[in-house]
Design a protein around this ligand. Sequence first.
Ligand code: GLY
Length: 357
Amino acid sequence: MEPKEENNTVRSVLVNAGHGYNVKIGSGLINDIGNMVNDVLNADRLAVFIDSEVDRLYGDRLEGNLASAGFQTCRFVFPAGEASKNIKTVVDFIDFMSENHITRKDAVVAAGGGVAGDMGGFAAAIYLRGIKFIQVPTTLLSAVDSSVGGKTGVDTSAGKNLTGAFWQPSLVVCDTDLLKTNSKDLILDGTAEIIKTAAISDKKLFNYIKRTEISENLAEIIEQCVKIKGRVVEADEKEAGLRKILNFGHTMGHAIEMYSDFGISHGKAVAIGMLIVTKAFEFHGLTAYGVFNELNDLISAKGFQTETKAPVNELCRLAMSDKKTSGDNIDLVYLKEIGEAGIYSVKLKDLYNFISC
Ligand code: GLY
């Protein structure tokens, strides 16, 4: 992926959640990250939490820059991949922080994709009853979505992200150069979240994505997505209501991931999940006529498959085990039109009939 647009501009988006923090977006930011962290923290020591793949590519540069800004640093490297996203990794990291004398004044720097950000943030949330942390997203998905908003946690044997905390970072540093090494699947993961973000709340962005190559306008698109997500999180940090719209496509998407035993990547699954739900809601008259085709065209144009072989009854069964059920109901996010989302509660017993229209 070769971003062409990047220059030395640093974009900054303020998110007023937690203590309030900036998301800095731009090319080459890792070369100045120590100063950026110095501007927002009064820490002596930083514990870098990083996956093995990102460590191989950027670990020395990242830690070196933090050290050159005057911080004492230590680095905890865990095996890259979702299999590491469990409480044991977090406990190991917590022990590592104790051994390295990380105090309440100090902070975690979580570098990587969603796995590193979620776990590093969760460790920061519970170590010494909470210390500060910095997010350094290195995947398109974490840049546009998971590094912002303070959802942290781990998977359990019962499912994804079932244990965690809302714990906002003190700063997010998104160096767009680091996204250049993302695989095609990682780019698709991020692209699905970008389409989701535009579809639920910004028709202008949706149309912009239609006519533009995302990789050539990375900083611009990341900034727009972060602004949208920031507004949602500011209004509903703990997902009591509005924040649920960020889960558009994810209920069926998670079911597709589970059905494929995680052989289908998150983005590809969410893309199909958005289409399944939009088709059903358009059939029921809650989504404006034509929205399904518009979404289908964009998803297909960005390189996604638009159908799954997974039977709908199986997907519904898996969706019902998802944490988004509440009592006898499941909240489904749908599009009223492109750029406007709603939440509709369906009885679990009616889910299959509703979706399989
Ligand atoms: N990724 C959805 C959220 O942060 O709420």
